[in-house]
Design a protein around this ligand. Structure first.
Ligand code: PRP
Length: 174
């Protein structure tokens, strides 16, 4: 990893600014409501921690973990939930927080899974959105940055479980 070429795509300063903007919008939209924020592990943990601390409204938190299967890094549409949430969401306002939407397969599955539990509302906030890579129709309600195809790491995103800790987002070169 350290020897692989990479360059900064979003600096920690740019990330901080954008996260504050997202948090302000979410705080306005959910003013006076009881919000439950659900992070999708592992990638979302850093973004979610920053996002909820920038929000000016209270929230509860929970986490889920999903795994998708396919050749290499490309999902074939089979998703399983390996860790479910532990909160009852019936009648509650829910915000799913993800690090990245790629093919859209993971979030489509998770949204459908949660909708079956009849939340009052359900929205998705994704830090990064690779719109050009969709295999299924999926639109996040809040997006940090839309990006082109490319392998990105840092700020929660990994390369073979490495690089999640990096405070900036990098794009891998070659
Ligand atoms: C990543 C990301 C999303 C999913 C997006 O998770 O966090 O959950 O892939 O891909 P999709 O839109 O093509 O379904 P990953 O499986 O890499 O796990 P991680 O969060 O633990 O890194």
């Amino acid at each position: 990893m350290d020897k692989m070429k990479k360059e900064i795509l979003f600096s920690r300063k740019a990330i901080d600014l954008r996260v504050r903007e997202l948090a302000a919008g979410i705080s306005r939209d959910y003013q006076g409501r009881e919000l439950i924020v659900i992070g999708v592990l592992k990638g979302a943990f850093i973004f979610m921690a920053d996002l909820i601390r920038s929000m000016t409204i209270p929230c509860r938190v929970d986490f889920a973990r999903l795994a998708s299967y396919g050749a290499g890094s490309v999902s074939n549409g089979k998703v399983i939930l390996t860790k479910d949430i532990e909160t009852s969401i019936r009648g509650k306002d829910i915000l799913i927080v993800e690090d990245i939407v790629d093919t859209g397969v993971t979030l489509s599955y998770f949204v459908e899974w949660l909708q079956e539990r009849n939340p009052r509302s359900l929205r998705v906030c994704a830090f990064l959105d690779k719109r050009g890579r969709r295999k299924v129709t999926f639109e996040a309600d809040y997006v940090g940055f839309a990006i082109e195809d490319g392998f990105v790491v840092g700020y929660g995103l990994d390369f073979d479980e490495k690089a999640r800790f990096l405070p900036d987002v990098y794009i891998m070169k070659d």
